[in-house]
Design a protein around this ligand. Structure first.
Ligand SMILES: Cc1cc2nc3c(=O)[nH]c(=O)nc-3n(C[C@H](O)[C@H](O)[C@H](O)COP(=O)(O)OP(=O)(O)OC[C@H]3O[C@@H](n4cnc5c(N)ncnc54)[C@H](O)[C@@H]3O)c2cc1C
Length: 436
């Protein structure tokens, strides 16, 4: 009889695991959300958080996590190629062409690392079709979906997984792959702790969203749609990076529990006159206080308080001069904000001194590569926080200490992006197949 595998979570990690497993085992994918075209701005459902994202595919093993922590460099690059092939088969657009020599030179001369990487940009408006195409292929191969069904626990007996318990029923299986994403990471940590599976805290990123006229960024995004600049800033020697650049895009509100923050996206068919990107400081805490998540939430809470329930917006020039921004001052600026549900204020009232210094110094460094970025008119929105789930300590192939139980994707703290999440799903599925 065919072995049965339950996959919890229909995000990229779960869907790619299912693609690898279909035809070889009986697969049931359970997700608490809905189909991709039945939800709006909900990170839960088929396609996962990836389903409502901008769909920027960063095709590099060290972006969105680091696959080489788990497999060899060669295997990691090969895995990225496989993930890419699948995305292309389901409609991902042409890869963006790189001619990065001049940018590499400018960045290196300013003490900044520029990572030229292969990227594809699907766009929020085209992503649902791609997700539906993957789902159709899975269903065609006999994979079953149980949607709007919340998994509450994992069944384990004598250190071997036996299935899951959902809000509706108990389902028995030979293997379980847990891929619940960031939305399910707290639940996952609790289940892991309950069953004695070890976890550890991971670094998080805290910073701002920077918005500039698109003309300033044009030559850079012509080289790489989502350019990755990384640097060590002078005073604190902290690691600062650009992330999730949205050319001609829009800044959007985000939420962290009860607190607010910002994010950004760009669309294929609707353009603004601005480009925005996250500018983030890596925060890793060492003993006795290691809880990076609690630290991130306390900053989000403070920012939400000082922003009166909205994210804070400030001109870089006002921040430098130690004064708050007002709508009048922002109107005098050359950059019209794409997000107006914000409170003009003073970001230094919300972010710790060290993070603020890192950001200002980092923007000044970046100005040598992208002249104009550190102009007084540049808009900063705060806070932008990229939390990371606690990492579940796993063995080869992301199998936990419980036989037949796997944990992959962003929820397990082993990825932080669509491509890397998908890759971890494939790796777990390959490992599982090898055991059959
Ligand atoms: C607004 C936004 C924009 C983004 N833009 C990009 C981008 O451009 N490029 C990029 O690489 N990454 C982007 N990301 C990140 C990317 O979406 C994630 O890294 C990726 O989706 C993680 O995949 P995953 O499969 O691990 O988890 P997810 O995609 O989060 O999927 C997890 C699924 O599990 C389900 N689930 C959780 N708990 C349970 C439970 N107990 N029972 C049943 N189901 C459960 C959820 O409903 C969800 O559908 C973005 C994220 C957001 C929120």
């Amino acid at each position: 009889m065919m072995k049965k595998v339950i996959i919890v979570g229909a995000g990229p990690a779960g869907l790619f695991a299912a693609l690898e497993l279909m035809d070889k085992v009986e697969v049931l994918v359970i997700d608490k959300g809905k189909n991709v075209d039945e939800r709006f701005n909900d990170i839960q459902g088929v396609g996962g958080a990836g389903g409502i994202s901008d769909g920027k595919l960063n095709l590099h093993p060290k972006i969105g996590g680091d696959l080489t922590e788990f497999i060899s460099d060669k295997e990691a690059y090969d895995m990225i190629d496989r993930v890419d092939e699948i995305f292309v088969k389901h409609g991902a657009p042409e890869e963006e062409k790189l001619s990065a020599d001049e940018l590499l030179r400018r960045a290196a001369a300013s003490g900044i690392e520029f990572l030229p990487i292969k990227q594809r940009h699907i766009g929020s408006d085209r992503l649902p079709a791609l997700v539906n195409s993957i789902k159709r292929e899975l269903e065609g191969a006999g994979v079953k979906f149980s949607l709007q069904n919340n998994v509450e626990d994992v069944l384990i007996s004598e250190n071997v997984v036996k299935g899951v318990v959902t809000e509706k029923e108990k389902i028995i299986s030979d293997y379980v792959i847990l891929a619940p994403g960031r939305a399910g990471s707290t639940w996952l940590s609790l289940v892991m702790k309950k069953h004695g599976i070890p976890l550890k805290n991971m670094p998080i990123d805290i910073g701002v969203r920077v918005e500039v006229p698109s003309s300033i960024y044009e030559d850079v995004v012509n080289i790489n749609w989502d350019p990755k600049f990384r640097m060590r800033v002078p005073t604190h020697d902290d690691f600062v990076r650009t992330f999730c650049t949205s050319p001609y895009g829009f800044v959007v509100k985000d939420t962290y529990g009860k607190s607010v923050g910002v994010n950004g996206h760009s669309m294929r068919h609707k353009r603004s006159n601005n480009t925005n990107f996250a500018f983030l400081v890596k925060i890793d805490l060492t003993g006795p206080v290691e809880d990076t998540t609690a630290y991130g939430y306390s900053i989000a809470k403070l920012a939400t308080t000082i922003g009166g329930g909205n994210p804070i917006i400030q001109r870089l020039g006002d921040l430098r001069r130690g004064r708050r921004s007002t709508w009048n001052r922002i109107k005098r600026s050359y950059v019209a904000p794409t997000l107006t549900e914000v409170t003009p204020g003073d970001i230094s009232m919300a972010l710790p001194y060290r993070i603020l210094m890192d950001i200002i110094e980092g923007i000044d460094m970046l100005d040598h590569v992208i002249p104009g970025v550190s102009s007084d008119s540049t808009l900063l929105y705060a806070p932008e926080i990229k939390f990371s789930a606690m990492r579940i300590i796993t063995k080869e192939g992301f199998e936990t200490s419980i036989k037949g139980l796997y944990a992959v994707g962003d929820g397990a703290g082993v990825s932080r992006g669509i491509v890397s999440a998908a890759a971890t799903g494939l790796i777990a599925a390959e490992h599982l197949i090898a055991k059959l």
